[in-house]
Write a protein that binds this ligand. Structure first.
Ligand SMILES: NC(=O)c1ccc[n+]([C@@H]2O[C@H](COP(=O)([O-])OP(=O)(O)OC[C@H]3O[C@@H](n4cnc5c(N)ncnc54)[C@H](O)[C@@H]3O)[C@@H](O)[C@H]2O)c1
Length: 432
């Protein structure tokens, strides 16, 4: 089939390459000419394991090409996937739909009658119905097909998703999308066929649930810390209950990134517009617990520096919001690093992949090219993003270069016994 993918960021570039892998002819469209030039040359402009190989394979074969022209894409494809960003509005909780609206208006101008448009961006409930009306005048049907991929596993999640959700008002349009996903469906992937509103809400509800699980264990972690308990053992114990499960129960610095924080805030804002803000008011607590983890990390660093960060040197391991990604949107690591700098410390940051993005977003922090350089002569080391490279660090690697042997594990993945046995003061959120 001939497909277009509009918006070639983390979601769209992955979707475009994955659709080519399924055997389709795909054109990717973006308003960012630099991004398009890089993609057209077979280079992924961000870090995502497995994507460079897939992209270059299909750019080389000619199955996948890129353009800044929506007109070209509209003329080429029968099925258009809209994957543009829906960030948080400046100064408000609500989602900013400016980019979505602009993409739909541009597409409507050129799209061929009979084509089908598939919304994949995460949007407030009610958006799809509004956009469908806009397209119907042009003789075009809309589907809403929310995306659940995880950065770091984006290719795998796109080609082998755990479910596909399709909101539709037209069976023929839905069948066209199912034909495009035929190899995925043939593998037995469950499909939920539903209406627009449910499809939109599935996505935000899923993210709200995940955020709640993380903030739940982080709230318990704070109690563990003062009660002399160990949240990692507690999480292991409660996770054995299959109704609870182990995933997303690791206490630490909490969630960040371009989805969970802004999606729960947009959910609250939309519920407010619908007059049911009380129903999801608990999400405000979830958000606050999450932000509180960052403040507690700063407090822990201050404690380890005998009550003041002024004039101290702090090494920060990690800038990305999670490992195997260079995404620094709403990154707890950078938030904490910046707060510690404002508290008077000299902060040096290292991340294996996110340095460029971090420098753009937090230009006043100091960046160094290796973990060891970040830890040189520091009073305390903060482990913020659980890259394999940091997990593999041993106390003996850092002992000769630090000023003081102080380690704070913001992700609860380092072994406290190992660090303490080597003479380090070791602290972690949720462990006394
Ligand atoms: N990143 C994820 O892990 C993920 C997962 C699931 C859902 N989502 C959702 O997918 C959407 C996109 O997220 P992302 O992380 O890929 O964002 P992103 O910012 O990385 O990418 C969006 C892209 O859209 C482009 N764009 C903006 N307006 C355009 C227009 N009119 N025409 C063409 N291109 C345009 C931008 O230049 C950018 O390259 C968001 O709604 C997000 O919530 C993201």
């Amino acid at each position: 089939m001939r497909l277009s993918v509009i918006g070639t960021g983390y979601l769209g570039a992955t979707h475009a390459a994955s659709m080519a892998e399924l055997g389709h002819k795909v054109v990717g469209v973006d308003i960012d000419p630099i991004k398009i030039d890089r993609l057209a040359a077979g280079h992924v402009p961000f870090y995502e394991p497995g994507l460079p190989e897939l992209l270059s394979k299909h750019v080389t074969s000619g199955a996948l090409r890129f353009t800044t022209s929506i007109q070209t894409a509209a003329a080429f494809a029968d099925l258009h996937f809209v994957c543009v960003g829906t960030p948080q509005k400046q100064g408000e909780y609500a989602a900013d739909l400016t980019l979505v609206d602009a993409a739909f208006l541009a597409l409507r101008e050129w799209v061929r009658p009979g084509a089908v448009v598939v919304g994949k961006s995460t949007v407030p409930v009610g958006t799809a119905a509004r956009l469908a009306a806009l397209l119907r005048d042009a003789g075009v049907e809309l589907l809403w097909n929310p995306e659940f991929l995880r950065e770091g596993f984006a290719v795998e999640d796109t080609l082998r998703p755990d479910r596909i959700v399709i909101g539709a008002t037209n069976d023929a349009a839905r069948e066209l999308l199912e034909a495009a996903y035929a190899p995925i469906l043939a593998a037995g992937t469950p499909v939920v066929r539903t209406d627009f509103a449910t499809a939109e809400l599935v996505k935000v509800a899923a993210n709200a649930f995940l955020a709640t699980k993380i903030s739940f264990i982080n709230a318990v972690a704070e109690v563990c810390e003062v009660a002399g308990a160990d949240v990692t053992q507690l999480a292991e114990a409660i996770g054995h209950d299959e109704r609870i499960g182990h995933k997303f129960l690791r206490a630490g610095l909490g969630f960040g990134g371009g989805c969970l924080p802004k999606d729960i805030r947009a959910f609250m804002a939309r519920a407010g517009e619908l007059g049911v803000d009380q129903a999801v008011s608990f999400l405000k607590n979830i958000d606050e617990i999450n932000l509180r983890c960052r403040a507690r990390m700063v407090d822990l660093a201050r404690e380890m520096c005998e009550g003041s960060l002024v004039g101290r040197r702090v090494g920060v391991l990690g800038a990305a919001f999670k490992p195997d990604s260079d995404d620094i949107r709403d990154s707890a690591a950078l938030d904490v690093a910046y707060a510690i700098q404002r508290a008077g410390a000299a902060v040096r940051v290292y991340d294996p992949e996110a340095m460029h993005n971090a420098k753009d977003a937090f230009p006043t922090l100091a960046y160094v090219p290796s973990a060891l350089e970040a830890c040189q002569d520091v009073d305390v080391v903060l482990h913020m993003t659980e890259w394999e490279e940091f997990r593999a660090l041993r106390p003996a690697d850092l002992a000769p270069i630090v000023r003081e042997r102080n380690m704070i594990d913001g992700r609860n993945v380092l072994d406290p016994d190992q660090w303490r046995a080597a003479g380090w003061q070791f602290r972690a959120l949720g462990r006394s």
